[in-house]
Write a protein that binds this ligand. Structure first.
Ligand code: GLN
Length: 309
């Protein structure tokens, strides 16, 4: 058993809470600026046990970059590992998640990995479907299956807000189209990407996603296979090397588990063979990771001996 009681988890949240005042809520997507700076919540999904939660767990938030892992899983299943990595590399960048610079300096011209925006946009362009509606439905169904929650849906307000202001992501798409990294209609790719980023979840949903990855693509409660082991392996490897953007190295030292964060303040963690963790706290550090969320995870990693290294 990881967490013995509710009070223990609540005390960790209480200790980390002051960090919420030190971060900054993302506002480059205008709709995200409405988030409550003071919120901090965590859920631990331990198969066969009670799902422990503490803090403002009733809050819903959008996946943002956490969706990059899920879109990658779908694309890997759709067209296979070899075809995906013809378009996207496997290396960490050391640059911010929305950086454009290595698209030009790295040869051959392709995004370095699927966890930065350029790579994620290329992944989204690979998802199969005869139109965007069908592609989104497939992705959404996959997320509903992993979360075991058929109510998970897109927050249209956040999707539209990002779509209307995605000038940098648009630029990267056009750049990649010029260099034959992506084909297809750029506006359609952006529409699908902004909708996948705007899928709305709770901490508990995130913890359950983490648990499915922790158990190599199987439903941790029923043992039903949701996606192949190899897909889970590739996704978790990217979570370790690139999941926390250009703070992934520090995170590997201080916490030591596969994790993926998003600019809405979510962090999804998969502790291999043990638990899934979902975190929400929208005040971010300068690299775009949830500030209080990272501190809380550091504390939990020590208390529960979570590091896989
Ligand atoms: N939708 C966001 C973007 O493309 C996702 C980025 C993130 O969460 N880091 O900018």
């Amino acid at each position: 058993m990881i967490c013995e009681n509710q009070q223990e988890l609540e005390s960790y949240v209480a200790h980390a809470r002051h960090w919420t005042q030190k971060g900054k809520v993302a506002d480059y997507i205008p709709a995200l600026a409405k988030a409550n700076q003071a919120a901090l919540a965590v859920s631990i999904y331990e198969p066969g046990k009670h799902c422990f939660s503490a803090g403002e767990v009733e809050h819903k938030f959008t996946l943002q970059s956490i969706s990059k892992v899920l879109a990658l899983a779908v694309a890997l299943e759709d067209i296979g590992e070899e075809a995906v990595f013809e378009h996207i590399g496997m290396e960490p960048t050391g640059d911010p998640f929305n950086s454009i610079i290595k698209l030009e300096t790295y040869k051959p011209s392709k995004p370095l990995n699927p966890m930065i925006n350029a790579g994620a946009l290329a992944v989204t362009s690979l998802i199969r479907g005869s139109n965007n509606h069908e592609r989104l439905e497939r992705l959404l169904h996959f997320i509903q299956d992993i979360t075991n929650n058929s109510n998970v849906k897109v927050c249209e307000e956040v999707a539209q807000s990002e779509f209307d202001t995605s000038f940098l992501n648009r630029s990267m798409c056009y750049y990649m189209k010029q260099h034959n990294v992506i084909s297809g209609d750029v506006e359609e790719i952006l529409e699908l990407y902004t909708k996948q980023c705007a899928v709305e979840v709770s901490c508990r949903d995130l913890a359950r996603i983490g648990a499915v990855f922790a158990f190599d693509g199987k439903d941790p409660d029923t043992d039903r296979r949701i996606f192949p082991t190899n897909v889970a392996r590739i996704c978790k490897t990217f979570m370790v090397t690139c999941g926390m953007y250009n703070a992934s190295g520090e995170f590997a030292i201080k916490v030591g588990i596969p994790a993926k964060s998003g600019v809405s303040g979510g962090i999804m963690c998969a502790v291999p063979g043990r638990i899934g963790i979902g975190i929400f706290s929208p005040a971010l550090d300068e690299k775009g990771n949830s500030l209080a969320g990272m501190r809380l995870l550091e504390k939990m990693a020590k208390a529960y001996d979570l590091s896989m290294f």
